[in-house]
Design a protein around this ligand. Structure first.
Ligand SMILES: [Zn+2]
Length: 285
């Protein structure tokens, strides 16, 4: 009888907490809410910025980074409004900052908190190249990959048991272990800062972020064909770097398969890009 109740609870949890990732349609299990994830992300983001050198918005490069972030965020919001899901991004507080660092890296935390490091700009080269990177990172946040990893971790480590849902419960019962899990998901190794955002995504999450990123950059009015040349530049940088593989690549594996996958999505992306060009209002899909 106990066993039946146990499996019943798992089934109920699964039914209740199973959602579909927008655009890709993949099923995912989320045991934590946006508001729980966002509030932890906003705290970590603030701590990170407080201990980093943020490039002032008056600089041309920082202005470009913010412009790309804004256009992609607006395009995403517009997409959800036009597909009858206007509340999907509720609670997001989009923010993009350029941070002085030689690291080749960029990331977006839950709730739309983005950072681009100056070290990636020589590879992105132009605004469209930057849109490839930021489209990818924003897609990790929109597809709730962090919440998914937290959910998996909470179950795997027994911080939530069958039938339980919510980061609040785990935080209340086992605060230290739950905080450690968050830190490991977001690479928040002490001292805070240098490692933040290097989330170890799974392969399927990477490929999903490539797919969605291509579509969101297209909706924002950036030519998705540039994604192929950007990834070729990244691959060349990686090959030339030997052991000094750019951070962004060490967590975002690049290979011929990835470029081939992106090419196979091009037809879908170009439809969004052409619609965005026709409307004459980039960023408003
Ligand atoms: Zn990624």
């Amino acid at each position: 009888m106990k066993r039946i109740i146990f499996y019943g609870a798992i089934l109920l949890t699964t039914l209740w907490a199973c959602t579909k990732v927008p655009l890709s349609g993949r099923n995912q299990l989320l045991l934590v809410s946006d508001s729980e994830m966002n509030s932890m992300a906003f705290t970590s983001y603030k701590q990170f910025l407080d201990t980093s050198t943020v490039v002032p918005a008056s600089s041309q490069q920082a202005a470009m980074v913010k412009r790309v972030g804004d256009k992609i965020a607006r395009a995403a919001q517009s997409y959800f409004e036009s597909t009858g899901n206007p509340q999907y991004l509720n609670g997001y507080q989009w923010q993009t900052e350029l941070v002085q660092s030689s690291q080749v890296n960029a990331w977006c935390m839950p709730g739309g908190k983005m950072v681009v490091y100056t070290g990636i700009l020589p590879i992105t080269q132009n605004e469209t190249g930057l849109a490839v990177v930021m489209g990818h990172e924003v897609s990790h946040a929109i597809a709730k990959h962090g919440a998914e990893r937290m959910s998996e971790g909470l179950l795997a480590q027994g911080l939530l048991v069958a039938g339980q849902i919510g980061l609040g419960i785990a935080m209340k019962d086992k605060p230290a272990a739950t905080q450690n899990l968050w830190n490991s998901v977001y690479g928040l190794a002490a001292p805070i800062g240098a490692q933040l955002g290097m989330m170890a995504h799974g392969r399927y999450q990477e490929s999903e972020a490539d797919h969605l990123g291509l579509l969101f950059m297209s909706m924002a009015g950036y030519n998705p064909m540039e994604a192929v040349t950007f990834w070729e530049r990244m691959a060349a940088k990686s090959a030339a770097g030997g052991s000094k593989t750019p951070v962004w690549l060490s967590t975002h594996p690049s290979d011929a398969t990835r470029i081939a996958d992106i090419k196979s999505r091009m037809g879908e992306a170009l439809k969004y890009y052409n619609a965005s060009s026709r409307s004459g209002s980039n960023g408003r899909y």
